[in-house]
Write a protein that binds this ligand. Structure first.
Ligand code: URP
Ligand code: ZN
Ligand code: ZN
Ligand code: ZN
Length: 474
């Protein structure tokens, strides 16, 4: 069946215009004014609404073993994402020690398959880089996984050393894969944590005390230098404040292919949340930690001037009861992470577009188009164009709501953004032409979402000399 979306105000990263969109065979087949209504055609009236490309969240941790427990599952989080206007996530799969990269990916594939309301891909977190792991990188890129993640923090668990970062960058560069990095100095954090605990500083607030911005700034600079030595592009995830952003700005000014994202919680919440009584500060424990208010301004500036290219949610959702509570009496045992998969787009619309910090086009660029380009999904996804997947979000700017755990769809017992007033409502969502949200209600079926094979040599390779892209065997 064909679907015709009539009279919506289409917003891409470059344009805003009123037109009709015809959907056929999961894709956009025509865009134009006064497109004729044919027989056997579903017609959707989008008059007065914006039509956005489906939002792409390049940073999620769904149903992920992490910090001694497991994050909220695909069956809830993917529906929450859909209701918030996100139609594709690229989730962080993790290699376990002793495992191949493919084994890690397969474990994530099994959990997502048949359980996701939206399309998905995976990055693979490298935790154990042996010579056979390095050799495996071309094969995982062939499987549609052209993005790898390296953690410079979480010493007891995921952290790797600088040699591993170097070798991952080197092997990835040969096949056009992109390395993403969690930049915090895990060795120094480990010492600072011990010092806090020795002094009896066990409450959630000391999570932030033990991870001052300098540990992020240092690791950001080190990762950039290592990427520079290798001559590889690098993507820095969840930049939390001014000094690390400045390191990225300086690297870009030198012409280095360094790219980075921030996340809603670093833009809208502060370190003060961690001081909430009755252990409630634990709800806001994430890494890097929330920072002081002054960093908000620095991050907005970095988004505006192109230092930061994207806003991922870093959705890593743990319940307060039974999960965050694991760290009562010892903040180092609080599982790190918060929510954002459902609210990323509407929060940014309300508190960035409506306030004049970002244009509508920039919003689409940061939340959809650039994530698609960086992650090898463009132009299949990330824009509204003939031939692109019909992943579309109809947004009613006249709607209003207040974020609350009572009405959020994430499988969680609290919401980091509780009480935030939201302008506009995601009214309808189409995933490859299939309507999965209607009048702000989920009407899809779990399993509508499909694994997306992604291409290597994405946006971050744009400035790399073409000679460097020729595989060494040629
Ligand atoms: O606290 C966070 N960010 N948890 C998720 C894992 C990570 O470091 O991205
Ligand atoms: Zn991280
Ligand atoms: Zn993360
Ligand atoms: Zn509902």
């Amino acid at each position: 069946m064909k679907t015709l979306i009539k009279n919506g105000k289409i917003v891409t990263s470059s344009d805003i215009y009123v037109a009709d969109i015809l959907i056929e065979n999961e894709q956009i087949s025509l865009i134009g004014n006064d497109l004729p209504v044919g027989s056997n055609m579903k017609v959707v009236d989008a008059e007065g609404k914006y039509v956005f490309p489906g939002m792409i969240d390049e940073h999620t941790h769904i149903e992920s073993p992490f910090g001694g427990t497991v994050t909220a599952p695909w069956k809830t989080e993917s529906v929450a994402a859909a209701l918030g206007g996100t139609t594709t996530v690229v989730d962080f799969a993790l290699q376990s020690k002793g495992e191949s990269l493919m084994e890690g990916i397969n474990r994530w594939q099994k959990r997502a398959e048949g359980q996701s309301a939206i399309d998905y891909g995976f990055h693979i977190g490298v935790t154990d880089l042996r010579s056979e792991t390095i050799k495996e990188i071309p094969a995982i890129v062939e499987e549609g996984i052209p993005t790898l993640k390296v953690f410079m923090a979480y010493k007891s668990d995921l952290m790797v050393d600088d040699q591993t970062l170097f070798q991952t960058l080197e092997a990835s560069k040969k096949v056009g894969a992109l390395v993403m990095v969690h930049a915090e100095n895990g060795a120094v954090i480990d010492l600072l944590q011990q010092k806090c605990l020795e002094k009896g500083q066990v409450e959630p607030y000391y999570h932030a005390v033990s991870r001052p911005i300098e540990v992020e700034t240092e690791a950001t600079a080190r990762a950039i230098s290592i990427a520079e030595i290798v001559g590889a592009p690098l993507f820095i995830v969840h930049v939390s404040g001014e000094e690390p952003a400045q390191k990225i700005r300086e690297a870009k000014a030198k012409g280095l292919p360094i790219y980075a994202e921030s996340c809603p919680h670093y833009l809208f919440l502060t370190i003060e949340e961690l001081k909430k009584p009755d252990f409630e500060g634990a709800k806001y424990v994430c890494s890097p930690p929330l920072r002081e208010q002054k960093h908000h301004e620095a991050l907005w500036k970095a988004l505006q001037d192109g230092t930061l290219q994207a806003i991922g949610s870093d959705h890593c959702a743990f319940n307060f009861k039974g999960q965050k509570e694991l760290g009562k009496g010892d903040f180092t045992k609080i599982p790190n992470g918060g929510n954002g998969i459902e609210h990323r787009f509407t929060l940014l619309y309300t508190y960035a577009v409506r306030t004049g910090s970002l244009s509508l086009n920039k919003l689409v660029e940061l939340l959809s188009t650039t994530p698609a380009k960086v992650n090898g999904l463009f132009p299949k996804k990330g824009t509204i164009a003939v031939g692109s997947d019909a992943d579309l979000v109809l947004f009613d700017p006249k709607g209003r709501k207040t974020i609350s755990v009572e009405t959020s769809h994430q499988g969680l017992d609290y919401d980091m953004f509780e009480g935030f007033e939201i302008d506009g409502i995601v009214s309808d969502v189409f995933l490859r032409g299939r309507q999965i949200v209607k009048s702000a209600k989920y009407i899809g079926t779990l399993g509508d979402g499909k694994f997306q094979k992604r291409e290597p040599y994405g946006l971050c390779y744009e400035s790399i000399n073409y000679q460097d892209k020729i595989p060494q065997s040629v």
